[in-house]
Design a protein around this ligand. Structure first.
Ligand code: ADP
Ligand code: MG
Length: 572
């Protein structure tokens, strides 16, 4: 079985093509969005998703988030004394999604089409594929996030040819792409963005605004208090998508109570510098691609932050156009990946659809630099932004008399000197001795949509040498060793996911409260632990409902909190 996965910086989702349409796959909590957060529990098991997200506050040293930003780099994360690469953390998220999908589908899932930002370079794409392999998923096909969003919009509409501006505004980044849908072909034609602008910045602006208006000194708050305020701010921001105003409340460490009603107008006032930055990348893609704004047929707004009425309003006004409804904002990419999974499986109804991509970097070979012979330069064969799949040829000749060997060193990158680019592989070609410049070879690069580069060299004797580069950069034995290492880490048992998420939430609340309330939360957690130990499903379910209500009250902090003795509840 093959599924589509939107492996997001903030949230990840899975979808599948079934019964002629893409369908989202719920996780073990019955939710579509799985936070891309990994935490190592005290007993060494791995928590992924909501439970892990709660632990960002209570166990920051054992929890990691936003690692997608670092994928393909050497950065490592240490959780509870164990070191992980961003790729391995991504693998743990993918593995969780795979297991949830298997449980939901009732059959093994062996393959996935994973979406990645259009600007992801080769190293990031290769790392994403390796993360798939580490999670037991074959990832042959990656799809650009904006293409996926455009594909799902296209299916929704029965396929009209269009030029779409895809505005993907997530938790930490804004990605803007121009995507062309022509007949059955969908292709990205230009990309731009701001990788320091996302929903998180609005949360921060709300926190700052709240502190200003309530006379709190933000700088004097500790990390936990800041995190607590950020969470409050995020829930208020989300509430403001559906309602006109919301009360934001906060209890400081001395027990002082602060409350402030927030509205969208207030939010706009407090975050006006952020709004101005929303249109910069839009202007850039239009200018880069030479597209006048009026030529854009449709504005597709995706990503959780595109749900914000203030953001929608601002974009609609700046571009002077209507925007489609935001109901699919945070699922469009996953649904598109699900459609691509269907395409890969050659499902009925999708056979004609073709997706093209652009090559995000330049590929070429090294050639002799006559001015500085010790510094070979790169001769581009496939240029950046070429539409894929593509096949291009270059002709090269000998530079010395009686030269019998030509080295074909394949590089990727945008720099003039080879040493500044990445070496992907090498071929040695023998040629008969002759005066310099008289022996030539033809080098053909074929780059397919799955990121596999084939290099063919035709020398004069009609002899063809071939080099197949998958660009994964890891040997089979190394890959095998890492798969085994990661397999040794157990995911938290599925049937306990829900109770674990509840306990993690309690631990977070415990960490951010003080005094009586904190003591109560501690007691509630112990009580809940005892219910779980009873292993009586009904009792655990009831207890879960009770304690969730209690936590909801703690968080809302409006009205009286029911802190009656939890031990009395056991008789309920
Ligand atoms: P990513 O692609 O980065 O993983 P998402 O597209 O899932 O991110 O978006 C996550 C962001 O969207 C978070 O900052 C979250 O607060 C925000 N968000 C989600 N739902 C809403 C909503 N209803 N209103 C406003 N913001 C929202
Ligand atoms: Mg996203």
């Amino acid at each position: 079985m093959i599924i589509g996965i939107d492996l997001g910086t903030t949230n990840s989702l899975a979808a599948i093509w079934r019964d002629g349409r893409p369908q989202l796959i719920p996780n073990s909590l019955g939710e579509y969005l799985t936070p891309s957060v990994v935490s190592l529990d005290d007993d060494g098991t791995v928590l992924v998703g909501r439970a892990a997200q709660e632990r960002l506050i209570s166990h920051p040293q054992r929890t990691a988030s936003c690692f997608k930003r670092e994928i393909g780099t050497d950065k490592t994360y240490t959780l509870g004394g164990r070191t992980f690469t961003p790729e391995e953390l991504s693998a743990l998220v993918l593995r969780q999604l795979r297991e949830d999908a298997e449980a939901w589908l009732g059959e093994p899932v062996t393959e996935a089409v994973v979406s990645v930002p259009a600007y992801f370079a080769q190293a990031q794409r290769a790392a994403t594929k390796r993360a798939g392999a580490l999670a037991g998923l074959l990832v042959e096909r990656l799809v650009n996030e904006p293409s996926a969003a455009a594909v799902s919009a296209r299916i929704g509409e029965g396929g009209v040819d269009k030029l779409c501006l895809v505005f993907d505004f997530g938790g930490g980044t804004l990605d803007v792409s121009l995507v062309e849908r022509f007949e059955n072909v969908v292709s990205v034609t230009a990309v731009s963005g701001d990788n320091r602008l996302g929903g998180r910045d609005f949360d921060m602006a709300i926190v700052r605004g709240f502190c200003d208006d309530c006379g709190l000194d933000y700088e004097a708050l500790n990390q936990q208090q800041r995190e607590m305020l950020l969470r409050q701010a995020e829930s208020c921001k989300i509430a403001l998508t559906a309602q006109r105003s919301v009360l934001m409340v906060y209890t400081d460490s001395e027990g002082g109570y602060h409350a402030l009603p927030l509205t969208n107008e207030w939010l706009i006032r407090k975050s006006s510098p952020l709004f101005k930055r929303l249109t910069t990348p839009i202007r850039k893609v239009l200018v880069d691609s030479g597209t006048p704004a009026f030529a854009v047929d449709e504005l597709v707004m995706v990503g959780g932050s595109s749900r914000m009425p203030a953001v929608r309003g601002y974009i609609a006004k700046s571009l002077g156009r209507e925007i489609s409804d935001g109901s699919q904002a945070d699922t469009a990419v996953a649904l598109g990946a699900g459609i691509c999974a269907g395409m890969k499986a050659r499902a009925e109804g999708l056979r004609e659809l073709v997706l093209t991509d652009v090559c995000p970097f330049t590929l070429g070979i090294s050639i002799c630099n006559h001015n500085v012979p010790s510094q070979p330069v790169m001769s581009p064969i496939i240029e950046r932004n070429s539409v894929l799949p593509t096949s291009k040829m270059g002709v090269y000749c000998t530079v010395r008399d009686n030269q019998t060997v030509l080295d074909v060193d394949v590089y990727q990158g945008e720099n003039r000197y080879c040493k500044d680019n990445m070496l992907l592989g090498s071929l040695k070609i023998s040629v008969p001795p002759a005066p310099k410049g008289q022996q030539s070879i033809q080098v053909r690069f074929t780059y397919d949509i799955n990121g596999i580069l084939e290099v063919e060299v035709l020398s004069e004797g009609d002899k063809t040498s071939r080099l197949l580069l998958k660009n994964d950069g890891v040997s089979d034995s190394e890959a095998q060793r890492r798969i085994e290492e990661l397999a040794g880490l157990k995911l938290h048992p599925r049937d306990q996911e829900r109770t674990r998420a509840i306990s993690a939430r309690g631990e977070r609340l415990y960490a951010v409260t003080v005094g009586d309330l904190r003591r109560r939360i501690g007691e509630m957690l112990e009580w809940f632990g005892r219910q779980i130990e009873s292993q009586e499903p009904m009792r655990v379910a009831k207890a879960a409902r009770r304690i969730t209500d209690f936590f909801d009250q703690v968080e809302a902090f409006t009205g009286e909190i029911d802190v009656s003795d939890p031990d009395d509840w056991e008789s309920l």
